[in-house]
Design a protein around this ligand. Structure first.
Ligand SMILES: [Zn+2]
Length: 310
């Protein structure tokens, strides 16, 4: 049996800039909001939850992007309801982006949720499992949390099923996923060193919110995905001039500036703030300002950001 999402799945479709521009011009900005559930990285000394974002329509949380450690407590503080979520999107499966997923699934048992939960994330590579394998390794009959296997292998106790989808990692190609009448999703592979990773664009009520996830911008393809997004969330994990492994995994602020100039977001949100980038906001903003003169927001946990017309 195919799900509606699988029926509507259109693999590897290149988008035209015209269709993206049209989508951004119809944004119902007063109906859509982005809430930052986690503005930090994996450190325990940044006083922030790890990466996670919530997108709401008409005050109902519909999409969660990443579920890093601490996101579940901030989800609770946000007042969102697990039964309202249509889908969870993973940019990649590092601990600081995925560790709280089992907590969300267990908590859903105590809610009225009855509709299947879509989970989208990257296909696997030699370093990382695919998203479908990640779900199976967590919740399958042989998984770490096999006592929750009725969420992946439904039986009479099951309230709903997790429907996992692997997003292809075909270089330079956008994949489209039509979720329902309100929401469509788009992803493109990005370079995060050897880690399987994608950026996401969420199109909701005519608004577009795009997420770089963790990436080095080595592929230079984020602009293809995120052109004219109302909000772009870019990960500011390193300061300008960082080198070594960190620079192979993450964008310099100057890269973020180039991306912002290329995509022209209504608002640019800087998140995934770590000890090495915290305290460097003046320098970081100056680097970005060389390329982009729009609205820059340094994210904190539980910030609520609404789309801006531009
Ligand atoms: Zn990260």
């Amino acid at each position: 049996m195919f799900t509606s999402v699988q029926h509507l799945f259109i693999a590897s479709t290149l988008l035209t800039t015209a269709s993206l521009v049209q989508a951004s011009h119809q944004c119902a900005a007063d109906r859509v909001s982005l809430q930052v559930l986690g503005s930090g990285g994996p450190e325990f000394t940044d006083n922030r939850a790890s990466s996670s974002y919530l997108i709401s329509l008409d005050n109902r949380a519909r999409i969660m992007v990443d579920a890093g450690a601490g996101s579940s407590i901030n989800f609770e503080k946000s007042g969102a309801k697990i039964q309202d979520l249509d889908a969870i999107l993973f940019t990649h499966l590092h601990v600081d982006h995925s560790a709280d997923l089992p907590a969300f699934i267990k908590a859903s048992f105590f809610t009225p949720r009855r509709s299947d939960l879509q989970v989208f994330g990257p296909a696997g590579n030699r370093v990382m499992p695919s998203t479908t394998a990640f779900i199976r390794k967590n919740f399958g009959p042989e998984g770490s949390y096999s006592y929750l296997q009725n969420f992946v292998e439904p039986d009479q106790r099951s309230a709903y099923k997790i429907q996992a989808t692997d997003v292809p990692l075909t270089p330079h190609e956008v994949s489209n996923h039509s979720l329902n009448d309100d929401i469509s999703l788009q992803a493109i592979p990005v370079n995060h060193g050897p880690i399987a990773a994608t950026a996401w664009r969420v199109n909701i009520a005519g608004c577009s919110i795009s997420f770089t996830g963790d990436m080095s911008n080595q592929y230079k393809t984020f602009g293809t995905l995120a052109k004219n997004s109302d909000i772009i969330v870019a990960h500011n994990a390193i300061p300008q001039g960082a080198g070594g492994v960190a620079a192979r995994l993450h964008m310099q602020p100057s890269d973020i500036g180039v991306i912002a100039a290329e995509t022209n977001p209504g608002k640019l949100v800087l998140s995934h703030r770590m000890n090495r980038s915290l305290g460097k906001e003046t320098q970081t903003e100056a680097e970005i300002r060389k390329h982009y003169d729009g609205n820059i927001i340094f994210a904190d946990d539980l910030d609520v950001i609404q789309p801006a017309s531009h």
